[in-house]
Design a protein around this ligand. Structure first.
Ligand SMILES: Cc1ncc(COP(=O)(O)O)c(C=O)c1O
Length: 375
């Protein structure tokens, strides 16, 4: 029977406790949200939603075409200028998602005959970029600059090192400065995904590369998403103008994809301007993360010390992680649940988002619920 193998796979997933289901959420929910990526609490900020609405009224419901045909509006150009300026890069190029931005950066910067050195903890979108690229990929041990160095030594020709700045599973930061050092010893480029760093790390949320002194370097390219701290949707690649010009000509997820919806561009621009005006939001997200970690650890839970706004709590098994998250939900708390195959090391976790707009009372309540429902 056509697609008969799907039922076999579904049965295997069910037996392993790995079935995923969609749960549409209502517009208003009584749940305390520690599951979303809305790190700065901006997705529903009136200035951000008004930015989206105004852009939709002015430019329409969609971008109407690919960026090279009709899909580049003056709004896209404005967002690119302000984003590049904020993060400290010469140029920015906006994509319809962070996923598309990562595919673009990796594929366009790793031509045939090149080497891609990829951290073992990288996000799926970077991994898929490596799979699609014409270059050869070597996966190296997580956050290990010496492993990067060793991999680069094996290759003669163009090379890029690819890494998240903050890893999405455990919330740990990559050793960016040491990655850059290894790259420079070998004339390799560094491509880093700052999805979880933008809006949280660096001066006023300018991101991990800015915090590390790498912003604006001619051998560093950064990808970001507009869907986390900026409370919108979309992605971008930041770097030297010669790199973004190259992507305009060579990146298939730029050329063959409809431009970012004006509403998303308008929301992201509003969030960016808000963050410039209220830079303390970034530091508050970091403080909330650290508070959550301290209290969870004091309650005897195994939580990884957060480097940004992601707090990860170990669960004994995938089944228990799912049950734990469900019990939190029943007690009024929404948390993320990470389990195989989304985790490279096979360890299941609850994943908490330290939103900048959480109150002391909400932090306390979240920790209490997680402690009381532990397996
Ligand atoms: C590290 C990382 N990179 C890229 C993405 C993809 O970004 P987007 O959701 O904008 O496609 C995500 C998550 O969504 C992520 O966590």
């Amino acid at each position: 029977m056509a697609f008969g193998w799907i039922d076999e796979q579904a049965e295997l997933r069910r037996r392993a406790g790995l079935v995923r289901t969609l749960r549409p959420r209502p517009a208003e929910s009584p749940l305390l949200d520690l599951a979303s990526n809305d790190y700065l609490g901006l997705a529903r900020h009136p200035e951000v939603t008004e930015g989206a609405a105004r852009a939709a009224r002015t430019w329409g419901g969609g971008a109407t075409g690919s960026r090279l045909v009709t899909g580049t509006t003056e709004l896209h150009a404005e967002l690119e200028r302000e984003l590049a300026d904020f993060c400290g890069f010469e140029a920015a190029l906006v994509f319809s998602s962070g996923y598309a931005a990562n595919l673009a950066a990796v594929t366009a910067l790793a031509p045939h005959g090149s080497l891609i050195v990829s951290d073992a903890g990288n996000h799926a979108s970077l991994i898929d970029g490596c799979r699609l690229a014409r270059g050869t990929t070597q996966v190296v041990a997580h956050s290990d600059p010496d492993a990067v160095r060793k991999a680069l030594q094996t290759h003669d020709g163009p090379a890029v090192v690819v890494s998240d700045t903050v890893f999405s599973v455990d919330g740990d930061a990559a050793p960016l400065a040491r990655f850059a050092e290894a790259c420079r010893e070998h004339g390799a480029g560094l491509v880093v995904d700052d999805a979880h760093g933008l809006g949280v790390l660096g001066d006023g949320g300018r991101g991990a590369p800015h915090a590390t002194g790498l912003a604006g370097a001619d051998d560093v390219v950064v990808t970001v998403t507009l869907s986390k701290s900026f409370g919108s949707q979309g992605g971008a690649v930041l770097g030297p103008a010669r790199v973004t010009d190259h992507l305009v000509n060579a990146a298939r997820t730029f050329i063959f994809d409809t431009g970012l919806a004006p509403a998303a561009a308008g929301a992201a621009l509003a969030a960016l301007r808000l963050l410039r005006r209220e830079p303390e939001r970034a530091a508050r997200a970091r403080t909330v993360a650290s508070e959550l970690h301290t209290r969870l650890t004091a309650a005897g839970l195994e939580a990884v010390r957060p480097d940004a706004a992601v707090v990860s709590v170990r669960a004994p098994s995938p089944e228990e992680a799912v049950l734990w998250a469900a019990e939190c939900r029943a007690a009024g708390l929404a948390v993320g649940c990470f389990r195989p195959p989304s985790v490279p090391d096979g360890i299941s976790r609850l994943r908490l988002t330290a939103r900048a707009d959480l109150s002391e009372g909400q932090i306390e309540r979240a920790v209490r619920v997680i402690g009381e429902t532990r397996p």
